[in-house]
Design a protein around this ligand. Structure first.
Ligand code: SF4
Length: 441
C-alpha cells in the first residue's frame, strides 16, 4: 500500500561523533531532496541514527520505535540507521512492524531511494557496504556551526575482541586527500573555524597528496593548517599503534592543532589487553604518552577504559587504576564491559558479575573525576583563547571551548568568535572565563 511522501524529517543521533556527522549528512541529503527539518513530535519521517556501543543499545531503539508508533500526532515514517541497523538489518522490521526503512552506515547515500520504496510500500532495507564511497554520492556541505566534524576515515581492521565496529562499519578505508580538502574548504567557507577530523581509527588515515606522495594524518593536518580561515584542528579517535612520530611532531609545531589527544588504552593489565586483542601493551602506551608530552607539554590526554572484561581479576583492575594515575587524564570515558553478539569476548569464559563491575566502575570514575577536576583547576588564572560555539543557559551567556576541549562559560561574545579569556574558576564539567581587562576595555 502506498502512502504520502514525507515532507519533513527529524534525525535523532545516538553515540559517537561519527554518528553525529552521519546524522548531519543524512539531514543534508533529505534537505537536498526538498524535505524540511522539523521536531520529533511533528516530522513526517523520524530517523533513529543508532549506536551499538552502549549496553542494551538495540533494546533502547525498540522502545524508541514503540514510542514513535504511538505518537499523539500520528505515527511518522520510521527509519532506523547506524550500527544497530547494520547489525540487525532485516530483523528490525520483522520484530518492529512500525519500522518503514532500515539503512546501514555505508549505504545512507541511498536514503532517497529507500524513502521512495517505503512510500510505495516496498521493503526498504539496505545494509550493503558498497565498494564505491557513499561520500561521492552525498550533496556538498552547507554553511554551519563554527566547529564542524569531517569524517576522513571509516572502519577498522583491528578486531578488538569486545568490539562490533569491524563488523558494522567494515574494513579501514581512508577518504581521498582531495575529497577531504574540498570538504574542509566548503566547511570553512560556510563559517567553520574549527574542524575535528573523525575516524574509527583516524590516525590510520593514509592517502596521496596532490603531488602523488603518500601522506599520513600528520600530512593532512599540515595541509589543513595552511587553509585560510581555519583556526583549529582536532582529530579523534586514535589507536596507539597508529600514533606515528610524524603525528607526534605535528603536536609540537602545528599551531592550529589543538593540545588534546584522545588515545584509548582500555585496560591497565597486559594479560587483559592480550585477551582484548589490543596489540599493544601498557609499557608501550605509557612510553607513547611520554613522547606526546615531550612534544607538547600542556597536552590534555583523554582515553577510554573498560572495566569487567571477561577474566579481569582484582589485581588486573588495580593495574588499570595504576595506569590512570600514571597518565593523569584531563578527561576520559569509562564503561562496564557488556557482551556484543558475534564478538569473540561474548563467549569467553569467566564473565564478571555485575556487582563487581559496578564497584570497579565507581572506583575508576571517582579517580577519573578527581583528575578531571584537578586538570580544570590547574587552568585557573591562565589566559587562553576560546571558540564560542553556542549560547549558555543564562541571558547573555555564551559557551566556548578551550584549546583543551573544556567548556568555558563567559558573558557576551558572538557565536563563531575566538576570544581571549582568563579562567576565573573551574568545576568538574565547565570553567568560568572572564575577558582580560585590556580586552574588555
Ligand atoms: S580499534 Fe577501536 S574500533 Fe577497532 S576494533 Fe578496537 S575498539 Fe573497535
Amino acid at each position: 500500500m502506498s502512502r504520502t511522501p514525507p515532507k519533513s524529517f527529524h534525525v535523532k543521533s545516538f553515540g559517537c561523533q561519527m554518528n553525529v556527522y552521519d546524522g548531519a549528512r543524512m539531514a543534508e541529503l533529505m534537505q537536498a531532496e526538498g524535505m524540511i527539518e522539523a521536531g520529533a513530535d511533528e516530522a513526517d519521517l523520524v530517523l533513529l541514527n543508532t549506536c551499538h556501543i552502549r549496553e542494551k543499545a538495540a533494546e533502547k531503539v525498540y522502545s524508541d520505535i514503540g514510542r514513535l508508533a504511538r505518537r499523539e500526532s500520528g505515527k511518522p515514517m520510521i527509519a532506523v540507521a547506524g550500527c544497530v541497523a547494520q547489525a540487525e538489518a532485516a530483523e528490525i522490521p520483522k520484530r518492529a512492524k512500525a519500522v518503514d526503512l532500515v539503512v546501514g552506515p555505508q549505504a545512507y547515500h541511498r536514503l532517497p531511494g529507500l524513502i521512495a520504496d517505503a512510500v510505495a510500500g516496498r521493503q526498504a532495507v539496505d545494509t550493503d557496504m558498497p565498494a564505491a564511497s557513499k561520500f561521492d554520492a552525498l550533496p556538498g556541505r552547507r554553511a554551519g556551526a563554527p566547529s564542524a566534524f569531517l569524517t576522513v576515515q571509516e572502519g577498522c581492521d583491528k578486531f578488538c575482541t569486545y568490539c562490533v565496529v569491524p563488523y558494522t562499519r567494515g574494513a579501514e578505508v581512508s577518504r581521498p586527500w582531495s575529497a577531504v580538502m574540498d570538504e574542509a574548504r566548503a566547511l570553512v567557507d560556510g563559517g567553520a573555524r574549527e574542524i575535528t577530523l573523525l575516524g574509527q581509527n583516524v590516525n590510520a588515515w593514509e592517502g596521496e597528496d596532490e603531488k602523488g606522495r603518500t601522506r599520513g594524518l600528520d600530512g593532512l593536518i599540515r595541509a589543513l593548517d595552511a587553509l585560510p580561515g581555519l583556526k583549529r584542528i582536532r582529530y579523534t579517535t586514535s589507536h596507539p599503534n597508529d600514533m606515528t612520530q610524524g603525528l607526534i611532531a605535528a603536536h609540537a609545531d602545528v599551531e592550529s592543532l589543538m593540545p588534546f589527544l584522545h588515545l584509548p588504552v582500555q585496560a591497565g593489565s597486559d594479560r587483559i589487553l592480550k585477551a582484548m586483542n589490543r596489540a599493544h601493551d601498557v609499557a608501550s602506551y605509557l612510553r607513547l604518552i611520554e613522547r606526546v608530552r615531550a612534544a607538547r607539554p600542556d597536552i590534555a590526554i583523554s582515553g577510554d577504559y573498560i572495566v569487567g572484561f571477561p577474566g579481569e581479576s582484582d589485581a588486573d583492575f588495580e593495574q588499570t587504576l595504576a595506569v590512570v594515575r600514571k597518565v593523569g587524564h584531563a578527561q576520559a570515558f569509562s564503561f562496564k564491559y557488556s557482551p556484543r553478539a558475534g564478538t569473540p569476548a561474548a563467549t569467553m569464559a569467566d564473565q564478571i558479575a555485575p556487582q563487581v563491575m559496578d564497584e570497579r566502575l565507581q572506583r575508576l570514575q571517582a579517580l577519573l573525576g578527581e583528575q578531571q577536576l584537578a586538570f580544570n583547576r590547574a587552568t585557573i588564572g591562565r589566559t587562553c583563547e576560546i571558540l564560542i560555539e553556542r549560547s549558555g543557559k543564562l541571558p547573555g551567556q555564551k559557551l566556548g571551548k578551550s584549546p583543551w576541549l573544556q567548556s568555558v562559560l563567559i558573558d557576551g561574545g558572538e557565536i563563531g568568535d575566538l576570544v581571549e579569556v582568563e579562567i576565573a574558576s573551574a568545576g568538574p564539567q565547565s570553567l568560568i572565563g572572564e575577558r582580560p581587562r585590556r580586552a574588555a576595555a
